[in-house]
Write a protein that binds this ligand. Structure first.
Ligand SMILES: O=C(O)c1cc(=O)[nH]c(=O)n1[C@@H]1O[C@H](COP(=O)(O)O)[C@@H](O)[C@H]1O
Length: 224
């Protein structure tokens, strides 16, 4: 069984990101490059990290009118990402056009509700219901739009998996038992997320900021 852990390389320095990826590559299943890295290094940076030889998750959280998101998806074909994120709150048409514009080998998944948000944040944004309700609502929209799956917290993945049996579920906001959560508000352990149906476990700081990133990755993988 392939390793479900994708390391979030949220580092602005290209050399440091590549060195970390090389160091832990035997203990993770993929590498996620997000806005911090991509805004600093763009296509060149993605090509550099791709040389490590692991699948690349390009986490751009695209969110715009359908035509613009489709154009962005076309522009990243050359990077051959295994996974790309868009925001479900961009609506059904945007999601449909994003998937249509993606290359066939790219899984397009929709971020539903950021794991840094809780029910109070939802209410302040004028969204009724619980995070659970909001995630299920947006997951259904993503499924109808023909996406491959969604991003949600480990607190919702079980319910989404029951609603979308063959979906691809990316779960961040993961912390080993007893560790701090930082800016993450909806957090579970990697083992809990995996048991509840996560396809990919996105882990960043618990590995990237560990004293010994290899030991951290190995100890997390050992709990799965
Ligand atoms: O799309 C994501 O990967 C994502 C969605 C979400 O709701 N929450 C979330 O934390 N992420 C990403 O997952 C990673 C979590 O990093 P750590 O909190 O350091 O483990 C970061 O790169 C976030 O951008």
């Amino acid at each position: 069984m392939s390793n479900p852990i994708y390391l979030a390389l949220d580092l602005p320095q290209l050399d440091a990101a590549r060195a970390l990826a090389e160091k832990v590559k035997d203990h993770v299943g993929g590498l996620k490059l997000g806005l911090e890295f991509f805004c600093a290094h763009g296509h060149h940076g993605v090509h550099e990290i791709a040389h490590v030889g692991l699948p690349i998750f390009l986490d751009l959280k695209l969110h715009d009118i359908p035509n613009t998101v489709a154009g962005a998806m076309q522009a990243i074909h050359v990077l051959e990402p295994a996974i790309v994120t868009i925001h479900a709150s961009g609506g059904r048409a945007m999601m449909e056009d994003a998937k249509a514009a993606a290359s066939a080998n790219t899984k397009v998944v929709a971020v539903t509700m950021l794991t840094s948000l809780d029910e109070r944040d939802l209410k302040r944004m004028g969204v009724d219901g619980s995070p659970h309700d909001q995630v299920l609502r947006l997951a259904e929209l993503a499924e109808v739009a023909g996406l491959d799956g969604i991003v949600c917290s480990g607190q919702e993945v079980d319910a989404v998996h029951r609603q979308w049996r063959d979906g691809f579920f990316v779960v961040p906001g993961l912390r080993p038992a007893g560790s701090g959560t930082g800016d993450q508000k909806r957090v579970v352990t990697p083992r809990q997320a995996r048991d509840d149906g996560a396809s990919v476990l996105v882990i960043g700081r618990p590995i990237s900021r560990a004293e010994d990133p290899v030991a951290a990755a190995r100890s997390i993988a050992a709990t799965l």
